[in-house]
Design a protein around this ligand. Structure first.
Ligand SMILES: Nc1nc2c(ncn2[C@@H]2O[C@H](COP(=O)(O)OP(=O)(O)OP(=O)(O)O)[C@@H](O)[C@H]2O)c(=O)[nH]1
Length: 377
């Protein structure tokens, strides 16, 4: 049972794919999205277990099946306590296991009881459904297969000499029914998870440019900040703003402005490393997180982007749009420890770049880091 619990808890723990994959399918975020729905299912199951435990306990007590009656009343009492615990918990997954493992174990005790009727095995059909709804597709499948295997062994042991119960048609009915419910529960969970992943991706992506938006930048920053702190590596942030963008809209039209924004987004994606992240903060303002990069190198990356943008014209109808950009640079630990602090400092430097004539990059002042003020050229 301990090994099974470990498998279930591990299947909920974060995976280790590349940073871009992490943005697409952040496991913690998916678990959080599933939480309200899992909590509702758990509360419903607890209420059913309380009512069912009391009722079946009374029925079994009337038939002198005191052992099963006591197990059922105990499950009802335990479920009342769990119902209180899950109301405001931050550890829903633990309470789900605290319910599901004793609940399924009690079910195994019930089917193994010598004088219990064969119809009690019908309850085993609940296992794949409840496991998938409460634990998701992977852990749900592991738990389902384990308890279905145990129930099968109990059935074979109890009814090995009973020709009625061992009739191939009865066995085939049970096997097909159990397989159907297991497969349907699994397919339902897989498609639910896919829809949530897609919704999550849409909610974290800028509609026009396809770049990550602020919310995805924040998730990426928190993850990379933990990594940078752990591995003692630098991390820098750029805020880039296109210069005089209003004039682009005014002169060439809003559609051309949109095309220019998409062009710049493509330029960012082409020129940055796959481990870095470029996102759109809003309007004509972009944020870039450069991993394992200190200020001086970050200012050089920004200046390469500045030169690349300046040297490329964007064709629109018969005309060419020329763009320049200004940027402010900030470094984790040097300018602040939170995304909010780094954005504020980088924004001040961007403002300085605009005031000093635009088309330039402003890194932190030399007393904070090595000198690297990069101006037009
Ligand atoms: N086409 C287009 N324009 C946008 C979009 N978002 C913001 N803008 C425009 O970007 C312009 C930003 O103008 P300002 O904030 O005055 O800045 P600016 O003209 O770039 O001047 P500086 O930043 O001071 O160099 C506004 O005209 C906005 O309408 C968008 O999604 N598409």
């Amino acid at each position: 049972m301990a090994i099974l619990t470990t498998v279930i808890l591990c299947s909920n723990s974060p995976l280790q794919p590349s940073s871009r994959q992490l943005m697409d399918r952040h496991p913690d975020t998916l678990t959080q999205l599933a939480r309200p729905h899992r909590k509702a299912v758990l509360v419903a199951l607890l209420c059913i277990t309380i009512a069912g435990g009391i009722l079946f306990g009374v029925l079994n007590a009337r038939n002198d099946a005191w052992f099963i009656a006591i197990v059922e009343w105990a499950m009802a009492g335990y479920s009342i306590a769990l119902l209180q615990a899950v109301r405001n918990t931050r550890y829903l997954e633990r309470w789900i296991l605290a319910y599901i493992l004793p609940f399924f174990s009690a079910m195994m005790v019930a089917v193994a009881t010598p004088n219990a009727s064969a119809t009690v095995f019908g309850w085993v059909l609940l296992i794949p459904l409840v496991s998938h709804l409460l634990l998701g597709r992977r852990a749900g499948m592991v738990l389902s297969l384990f308890f279905i295997a145990v129930a099968t062994l109990i059935f074979l042991y109890r009814f090995q000499g009973d020709p009625g119960a061992m009739d191939p048609r009865s066995i085939a009915n049970m096997v097909v029914l159990t397989a159907c419910i297991t497969v349907f529960s699994h397919v339902y969970e897989v498609s639910r998870e896919r829809s949530e992943t897609q919704l999550l991706r849409m909610a974290q992506t800028d509609f026009l440019t396809g770049l990550p938006n602020r919310s995805r930048i924040k998730v990426f920053f928190e993850r990379e900040k933990s990594r940078a702190t752990r591995e003692k590596q630098p991390l820098s942030l750029l805020i880039i703003d296109l210069d005089h963008f209003k004039q682009v809209n005014d002169r060439f039209g809003h559609e051309a402005g949109d095309r220019a924004l998409v062009f710049f987004a493509d330029l960012l994606q082409r020129r940055l490393r796959s481990t870095d992240l470029a996102g759109r903060l809003g309007g004509e303002e972009f944020g870039v997180i450069l991993v394992n990069t200190a200020t001086t190198a970050a200012a050089e990356v920004a200046d390469d982007l500045r030169k690349a943008l300046k040297s490329t014209g964007i064709s629109h109808d018969d005309q060419t749009i020329h763009l320049t950009m200004s940027a402010g640079v900030a470094e984790l630990g040097v300018d602040g420890d939170s995304l909010q602090a780094l954005l504020a400092v980088a924004d001040q430097r961007l403002y300085q770049a605009k005031n000093e004539g635009r088309d330039r990059i402003i890194p932190p002042p030399p007393e904070l880091t090595s000198p690297a003020i990069l101006s037009p050229g």
